[in-house]
Design a protein around this ligand. Structure first.
Ligand SMILES: [Zn+2]
Length: 172
């Protein structure tokens, strides 16, 4: 995060004893003396340091790698659904589109602006049955496509909603 917010800690107490032990362990490895072992307490002490606004590295990197993993997962999912769409053929797709128009959300809270199906990013038909709301409530809830079977994850929904919000902002 580039802009510090109010929750950012500029002061924190460090578990010096455990940090010193952890350093001892890692130095052993760095100097090729031995293999080191970190205890849970030592790792916790290190992660505690990460709470300081100037040191926030571990959590940022971890968040980043989670984001990449989710992006890759979604791309695979899109490919899988596109292959599946081809496999079932146009006739079956048409049949499913008709069925999707009658789809009723399992729970009223699942509705996005009163709609229970939205446009699917894979097959481009109004067949994506929404099962939740996105983080901004702008109509990109996660769900599953009733035609191509694409699973629109919470991550993908968040990304779509975010880009929608950003493009709306740039127009203002
Ligand atoms: Zn679809």
């Amino acid at each position: 995060m580039l802009i510090p917010n109010n929750q950012d800690k500029t002061h924190l107490s460090a578990d010096v004893a455990n940090l010193r032990d952890a350093l001892d362990q890692t130095q052993r490895v760095r100097h090729g003396r031995d293999t080191g072992t970190l205890t849970k307490q030592q790792v916790t002490a290190l992660l505690g340091l990460d709470e300081h606004v100037c040191l926030r590295q571990v959590s940022d990197e971890r968040r980043e790698s989670d984001w990449v993993k989710n992006e890759i997962r979604d791309r695979y999912e899109q490919r899988r659904a596109a292959d599946y769409l081809e496999l079932i053929g146009q006739e079956e797709v048409d049949r499913r589109i008709v069925l999707a128009s009658d789809h009723v959300a399992a729970h009223p809270d699942d509705l996005v602006e009163g709609k229970d199906v939205v446009t699917c990013p894979v097959c481009n038909r109004e067949t994506l049955a929404v099962t939740g709301i996105d983080d901004f409530g702008v109509g990109y809830g996660p769900g599953t496509c009733l035609a191509c079977s694409y699973v629109f994850s919470s991550h993908a929904a968040h990304e779509e909603a975010l880009s929608h919000m950003l493009s709306r902002h740039s127009k203002d």
